[in-house]
Design a protein around this ligand. Structure first.
Ligand code: NAD
Ligand code: DAU
Length: 341
């Protein structure tokens, strides 16, 4: 029986990945290890096959907790657990260093001690910094590290530690670097679900700076399929960039969302820019396509429609996600209350 140790599996991408594992390998065992921070949500795991999925509440930076949950014959650790929001890292970096850097090292050490067969680190295109506006520039696996935010720097540090574990100790590791995911169950601090939640409620949509920053969007299920293929077939020690060739300006993304929801563009509000805001991300996915045969299944149009439908039919999920501490974060970040017009 295959045993997978998924960290951060109550978050947005990790929960989609846990579901995908259980569909792909119905007899496997998934240990889902998550600290349930503000971004972790057990509702994200509603309906998973409890016979094969075991949730463990724990912190990846806590060695004893990881060792207690990690079975001897674990086939793979897939590390999604992270502090993931750039704006929060600008407000305070400490948790990012603890979880993203220290936590990754703890997992690597435990993987070696338990003889785990493969370690997959879920990384981000942000470790490569910002591209020029020239539309011919793309991130490749050879692009230099130039992380610009504390979040990106912490993810870059984690990649270095994974590489070192492979090089020095021979741990079988692979790394994926993806761009901006969208889809069901994304916490509404991120641009796309924040827009959806606000627009559905006729609240203004905050657009940072001039709105011309470019992000490369991918549907979450496509990202998860790429991770699975890298896990199964990726070369030990390799890095794979994952992208759906879907780079778009923020302002265009915002207008598409409003158009589908049939809401007026007058909801858009240009607000103070994010400090150090990366201008453009665009991923060249040639390696993962040619070597592993991965291709995205969703187009931007089909993925966006699915995403919007999910948020429209899960208003309770959105309401719960936006209660409590979220309200304090929102007021601090945007200078207005959630729900203010
Ligand atoms: P998320 O913020 O939605 O979820 C993170 C999960 O990690 C939560 O369930 C949280 O409870 C858990 N967690 C946080 N600290 C923990 C700790 N110390 N111990 C155990 N669990 C902890 O994040 P996401 O958007 O699903 O991103 C998942 C991973 O993918 C991250 O590593 C992120 O850097 C990477 N990534 C995200 C994107 C994106 O667009 N969202 C793109 C590329 C890479
Ligand atoms: O590229 C991959 C990365 O994508 C992941 O590693 C991160 O975990 C994930 O959060 C995401 O980072 P971004 O900073 O690109 O995502 P965010 O949703 O915060 O912002 C997307 C773009 O929208 C960015 O240019 C900033 C802008 N933005 C964001 C918010 C929250 C706004 O204009 N207004 C907003 O209110």
């Amino acid at each position: 029986m295959l045993i997978f140790f998924v960290t951060g599996g109550a978050g947005f991408i990790g929960s989609a990945f846990a579901r995908q594992l259980l569909r792909q390998f119905p007899t496997c065992k998934v240990i889902n290890f998550d600290a349930l921070t503000y971004a972790g949500n057990l509702d994200n795991l509603d309906g998973v096959d409890e016979g094969h999925h075991h949730f463990v509440l724990g912190d990846i930076a806590n060695r004893d907790a990881v060792m207690a949950a990690l079975a001897e014959d674990t086939d793979a650790i897939i590390n999604f657990a992270a502090e993931s929001h750039v704006d929060r890292s600008i407000a305070s970096a400490e948790e990012f260093i603890r979880t993203n850097v220290l936590g990754t090292q703890v997992l690597l050490d435990c993987a070696r001690e338990r003889g785990v067969r493969r370690f997959l680190q879920v990384s981000t295109d942000e470790v490569m910094g910002s591209l020029p506006e020239d539309e011919k520039a793309f991130f490749t696996e050879d692009s230099p590290f130039q992380p610009n935010s504390p979040y990106a720097a912490s993810k870059a540090a984690a990649e270095h530690l994974v590489r070192a574990a492979n090089h020095t100790f021979g741990l079988d590791t692979v790394i994926t670097r993806c761009g901006n995911n969208y889809g069901p169950r994304q916490f509404p601090e991120k641009f796309l679900p924040l827009m959806l939640a606000n627009a559905m409620d006729d609240q203004p949509i905050p657009v940072y700076g001039d709105g011309l920053n470019v992000r490369d969007w991918i549907y979450v299920e496509d990202h998860c399929r790429a991770i699975l293929q890298v896990l199964e077939k990726g070369r030990s020690g390799a890095v794979y960039n994952v992208g759906a060739r879907n780079a778009r300006r923020n302002i265009d993304v915002a207008k598409s969302v409003l158009d589908i929801l049939e809401k007026p563009h007058s909801l858009l509000r240009f607000v103070k820019d994010r400090p150090g805001h990366d201008r453009r991300y665009a991923i060249d996915p040639t390696l993962v396509e040619s070597e592993l045969g991965w291709r995205p299944s969703e187009t931007w149009e089909s993925g966006l429609r699915k995403t919007i439908e999910w948020y429209q039919t899960h208003v309770d999920w959105v309401t719960r996600a936006r209660s409590g501490a979220y309200r304090e974060f929102y007021a601090r970040q945007y200078g207005i209350e959630v729900g203010a017009r």
